[in-house]
Design a protein around this ligand. Sequence first.
Ligand code: UD1
Length: 421
Amino acid sequence: MKRLVIEGGNSLSGSIKINGAKNAALPIMAGALLGDSTSILENIPYISDVENLGKIIKSFGVEVEWKENGQLIINPHNINHFEAPYQLVRKIRASNLLIGPLLAKYGVAEIPLPGGCAIGTRPMDLHLKGFEALGATVTMEHGIIKVKADKLEGASIYLDFPSVGATENIMMAATLAEGITTIENVAKEPEIVDLANYLNALGAKVKGAGTDVIKITGVSQLHGVNHSVIPDRIEAGTYILMGAICCDDLRVENIIPKHLEALILKLREAGIEIEEGEDWIRIQRSELFKAIDIKTLPYSGFPTDLQPQIMTLMAVAQGTSIITENIFENRFMHVDELKRMGANIKVEGCCAIIEGEKMLKGASVHATDLRAGAALVMAALAAEGETYLSGVEYIERGYQSMIEKLVALGAKIKCIEGSEG
Ligand code: UD1
C-alpha cells in the first residue's frame, strides 16, 4: 500500500500552475465519440480518471493517443464495440457519460453501473429519464444499463435537480436527435459551458449553456475539432485553501478567477486577504481568521468539491462554523479522519458543526475519496508533527502531480510503501 508521510508546520511559498479541468475533460472526451473525425484536445490533465476513461474509449475501437503537454488525440471513426468493460467502469463514475454519445451516434450503449468516489448513492435516474424522453428504451440486466433507440427525437425535459452529469449526457444525446430538445433546470457549471462550446465547434447547435435552460437543435452529423479545456477551478480552489492555511505567499496561476467567485467571497468574509489578477490569484496565510458558515449548492453556489477542504480551514478558524452539505448525502467521511488530527467537529444530518482549534496534530489517516484526500493533505501540511496518509490513489484520480507541486513550494512529503505508521 502506498502512503504519504507529510511533515507539517512548514511554511510554503511560490507559484502553482493549474492543469485543465477534470470535470470538463471527461465529458469532452466522451463527446469526442460524436464526431466522424479526429478531435485534438488540449490542456487535458494527466490523472487516473482521464487515463481510465481513455482506456474505456479505446476498448470501443477508438484510437486514443497521448501527446506531450496535455494533448490527447481521439479518433472515433472505428467504433465497433458498445459495451464498456466492468473492470474499468467500476473505477470511474464519469464512464456513464459515454451513454449519451454512443446512443446518439450508434443507437446503443451498454455500460455497467458506474463506480467512482463513494460520496453518496449517486443514482442515474435523471440521465435515464432524459434518454427515454428522447425515445430510447432503458433496461438493466445483471448490473448493466442497456440503452437503445432506432431513432432519437427532440423532447422537452425537466430535471428535478440540476445534475451536472444528467445535463451533459442528455445534451450530448440530443445533438444528433431529430428536432429540438429543451432541457429545463439544467446545471450551470463552467464545465457545462465548456462542453457546449466543444459540441458547437463539432457542428452541434446548443444554446443557453450557463443558464437554466438549454436548447439543442439536432443536426445529422458532427466532425472532429481542436479544443482546449478550461482550467480546473476545483484544483485551483484546493491550492488557494492550502495557501490560506500554510503558505507565506502563494500565487495560483492559469485560472479563471470568475469561476472561483463563491470561494473568494467566502474567504474574504472570513477575513482572509486575496489578490486577483486576470488569470491568477495570490493568497497569504492569515494567523487569525474567523469561522464562517458554508452551504454547498449547484454553481454559482459554493462547490461541494471544495467542502472537505474548507472544513479543514474552519477546523483552525476562530469560532464556530456550520457547513451544510446540500449536494451529496454522504460527503462527511473526512470528518472522522480530521477528528483524528484534533479537529473538533460534530455531524448532525447534513450539517457539520466545527469548533475551531488552535492547531491540528499529525496522525495516521485515510483518504476516503478524492476531495477528502486533498483536505487531509492540507490538514497534514498545517498540523504539528507527521501525518501518515493512506488512500493516495484517490488523490491521483483528480490532481495531476499534487505532491510534486507541493514539494516545489517547500512541503516535506515522502511517498512510502507499507502499512505501518
Ligand atoms: C459532477 C462532478 C463532481 C461534482 C458533482 C456536483 C464530474 C465528472 N463530476 O458529478 O465532481 O461533485 O458534479 O457538483 O463532473 N442525482 C440524482 N439522479 C441523477 C443524477 C444525480 O439524484 O440521475 C443526484 C446525485 O445523487 C447528487 C446530485 O444529484 O446528490 C448531484 O449529482 P450530479 O450533479 O449529477 O453529480 P455528478 O455529475 O455525478
